[in-house]
Design a protein around this ligand. Structure first.
Ligand SMILES: NC(=O)c1ccc[n+]([C@@H]2O[C@H](COP(=O)([O-])OP(=O)(O)OC[C@H]3O[C@@H](n4cnc5c(N)ncnc54)[C@H](OP(=O)(O)O)[C@@H]3O)[C@@H](O)[C@H]2O)c1
Length: 290
């Protein structure tokens, strides 16, 4: 039985990845900093990656579904041994936030770029095949800090922002589609060491994406038009409620943030679902219907 170590296993992608790996016959060790509920076929290892992770050389494969910088640092600093197949998630932010006016976003881009470089260098030194997957906006597990809090607050107040001016294209990608790609690549060395941008199966305007979220809710929420001058104030309010947004993100609402996923489609058959959320997408299954 082949063995795999999963970092970031409790996150949006990781929680879809674990059952897929068990089903595919892997012996799975999953890292978390917090105790996790027992799951069939999963051996949880609780602790910090840098202190408590088992040696990478013990595994046939390693998946990173958490922060790429922490993973790259650990992989680089841990004594070599074995040649595990490595699949790690980075982010399409590396492109979309490159020219951001926000220093914190540019710092994130620098961290992601450093991490990718460090990971590929460490993998090459060990003779490991390494793939980095860069998703666009991730949704689907009901734990993201973008669309899910918006959906839940809208349910409470029965209103939903309508941002007709926001015509920039988005390509939301379901976490389970990303998990499927990761599971596929872990079992496949042929795709080689490279980076793939991964977007969802549909490109739609930001305003249309929000309208789909509104229509997916199990209760009717009144659309409230928000003009551009009010969007910054609304974003500041949303931030206070836990939505991950910044003034720079508001400024990007008229820009396209999509991924060129043609290489992934050609190389390993990437074919993600279109954006058709339902109440379960936001962890609202079982709530009263509209
Ligand atoms: N969310 C998005 O829209 C988006 C967009 C593009 C790319 N991505 C990438 O996709 C991957 C998954 O996204 P996500 O939002 O689920 O991931 P995430 O918030 O980065 O975290 C996933 C898991 O990693 C562990 N983790 C988080 N911070 C950590 C730290 N500082 N040290 C050690 N462990 C840490 C946590 O598990 P424990 O608490 O159990 O330890 C967490 O549940 C990440 O690589 C992310 O960068 C996400």
């Amino acid at each position: 039985m082949k063995s795999v170590l999963v970092f970031g296993a409790s996150g949006a992608i990781g929680r879809f990845l674990l059952p897929r790996l068990v089903l595919a016959g892997w012996s799975v060790t999953a890292m978390s900093r917090r105790p996790q509920a027992a799951q069939p076929g999963i051996e949880w290892r609780v602790g910090a990656l840098e202190r408590d992770a088992p040696s990478p050389g013990r595994f046939d494969a390693i998946a990173s579904c958490g922060p790429l910088d922490a993973f790259a640092r650990w992989f680089d600093q841990t004594p070599a041994g074995g040649r595990p197949r490595v699949v790690a998630f980075g982010s399409q932010s590396i492109d979309s936030k490159r020219d951001s006016p926000d220093p914190a976003e540019r710092a994130l881009v620098a961290r992601l770029a450093d991490a990718e470089q460090r990971l590929f260098a460490a993998a090459a030194a060990r003779g490991c095949v390494c793939t980095v997957l860069r998703p666009t906006l991730v949704y689907g597990a009901g734990i993201d800090r973008s669309l899910t809090p918006l959906a839940r607050h809208a349910m409470r107040w029965r209103v939903f922002p309508r941002v007709s001016f926001a015509h920039g294209l988005r390509q939301p990608v379901h976490a389970d589609d990303l998990a499927a790609a990761c599971a596929q690549l872990l079992a496949d060395d042929a795709t080689g060491a490279r980076v793939y941008a991964l977007g969802g199966g549909e490109r739609l305007a930001f305003a249309a994406m929000l309208e789909r979220v509104r229509l997916s809710l199990p209760m009717r929420c009144l659309p409230v038009p928000v003009p551009l001058p009010l969007a910054h104030a609304l974003a500041a309010f949303a931030r206070a409620l836990g939505v991950a947004t910044t003034p720079a993100a508001v400024a990007r609402l008229r820009e396209d943030l999509v991924a060129d996923d043609a290489p992934a489609r050609a190389q390993f058959g990437w074919n993600p679902r279109p954006f058709h959320p339902d109440p379960a997408t936001w962890g609202l299954a079982g709530r009263a219907s509209r």
